[in-house]
Design a protein around this ligand. Structure first.
Ligand SMILES: C[S@@+](CC[C@H](N)C(=O)[O-])C[C@H]1O[C@@H](n2cnc3c(N)ncnc32)[C@H](O)[C@@H]1O
Length: 262
C-alpha cells in the first residue's frame, strides 16, 4: 500500500488524465500484476510473441510505435529496440518501472499521448466530446511507423471516459454507448489506415462475475490470427467463487484501400 502511494506521488501524468483516474489505474495494474503474476504469465508471453510476429512481418525497420505501452508488461521493448532504428512508446501514463526499464535503450522514447484526443475535454466538462485523435494523427504523419502495435488498449479506451460521463448524470445510455463505440471504431480505423504493419492485441470477450460481456462494442475486426485466455483475476482477487478472465485476440488489420473509404 505504501509502495503504491509512493509510486502514485512520483509518477508524472497530465492533469486531465490524472483527474479521470488513469494514474490510479496504472498503479493498480502493476499491483495486480504483482499479486497475479503466475496467472498472467501465459497472456503476457502470448502478447509479446504476437508483437514479435508482427515485427518480423513488417517490411521496414525504421520506426515501431506502441500504443498503450503502459507498464511494458506485454511489450518486448528490448527486442524491438534491437530490430528498429527507433521505438516510440505512447501512453497517457508511463509508470516509473517502464521509464527505468528503457533508460539505457537510447533509441526508445516515451511519449505522453492520449490516443483518443478526448481526455482534456472530458476532464474540463461533462459534455460528450466530439474531438478526433489529432495528436495521434500528427504522430503517425511524423513517424510513419513501419510497425504500429495496439497493446491491450482497445477495450480500455472508453472505460474511464464513460465513468466520468456517467457520473455527470447528463447522458442517456444510448448516447454513452454511441460515444464508446466511436472511440473503438476510430482506433481500429486508424490502425487500418496506417501504411506499416498493424498489430492489434485486444480483449474480445469478458467473463466477469456477472456473466459474459462483449467489450468490442460493435467494432469490426478481421478474423484473429490467434486467441487465448487471460486469467485476469484468479479467485479470490475479485470474487471468492469465480475467476475473472478475458478472451484475447491477436489481429493483423490489413491496410484499408484509401479509394474505398469515405
Ligand atoms: C491494459 S493496459 C495495457 C497494458 C500495457 N500494454 C502493459 O504492458 O502494461 C491499457 C493501457 O492503455 C492506456 N490507455 C488507456 N486509455 C488511453 C488513452 N486514451 N490514450 C493513451 N493510453 C491509454 C493505459 O494508460 C494503460 O497503460
Amino acid at each position: 500500500m505504501l509502495a503504491e502511494l509512493v509510486e502514485y506521488l512520483l509518477t508524472s501524468c497530465p492533469l486531465p488524465a490524472r483527474k479521470l483516474g488513469y494514474l490510479t489505474e496504472a498503479v493498480a495494474i502493476r499491483a495486480r500484476h504483482r499479486r497475479c503474476r503466475a496467472a498472467w504469465q501465459s497472456h503476457l508471453e502470448n502478447s509479446r510473441a504476437a508483437i514479435m510476429e508482427a515485427a518480423q512481418a513488417s517490411s521496414g525497420r525504421k520506426c515501431a510505435l506502441v500504443l498503450g505501452s503502459g507498464a511494458l508488461l506485454d511489450v518486448p521493448v528490448e527486442q524491438l529496440a534491437r530490430m528498429f532504428e527507433r521505438v516510440v512508446l505512447a501512453d497517457v501514463v508511463h509508470p516509473l518501472a517502464a521509464r527505468w526499464r528503457v533508460r539505457r535503450l537510447y533509441n526508445v522514447r516515451c511519449m505522453t499521448l492520449d490516443v483518443t484526443g478526448t481526455l482534456a475535454a472530458l476532464a474540463h466538462g461533462p459534455g460528450i466530446p466530439d474531438s478526433t485523435p489529432l495528436a495521434l494523427c500528427d504522430l503517425l504523419k511524423r513517424e510513419a511507423p513501419d510497425l504500429i502495435v495496439s497493446a491491450n488498449i482497445l477495450s480500455q479506451l472508453p472505460l474511464l471516459p464513460l465513468r466520468r460521463l456517467k457520473a455527470s448524470g447528463l447522458h442517456a445510455p444510448l448516447e454513452l454507448e454511441a460515444f464508446a463505440s466511436r472511440l473503438l471504431a476510430e482506433h481500429v480505423s486508424l490502425l487500418e489506415a496506417c501504411p506499416g504493419t498493424a498489430c492489434l492485441i485486444a480483449d474480445i470477450r469478458w467473463h466477469g462475475t456477472s456473466g459474459i460481456e462483449n467489450p468490442l462494442r460493435g467494432a469490426l475486426l478481421p478474423p484473429p490470427v490467434r486467441t487465448w485466455t487471460w486469467n485476469v483475476a484468479p479467485r479470490p482477487e475479485i470474487s471468492r467463487d469465480h475467476d475473472v478472465y478475458h478472451e484475447v485476440g491477436f489481429f493483423l488489420p490489413a491496410r484499408r484501400n484509401p479509394e474505398n473509404t469515405a
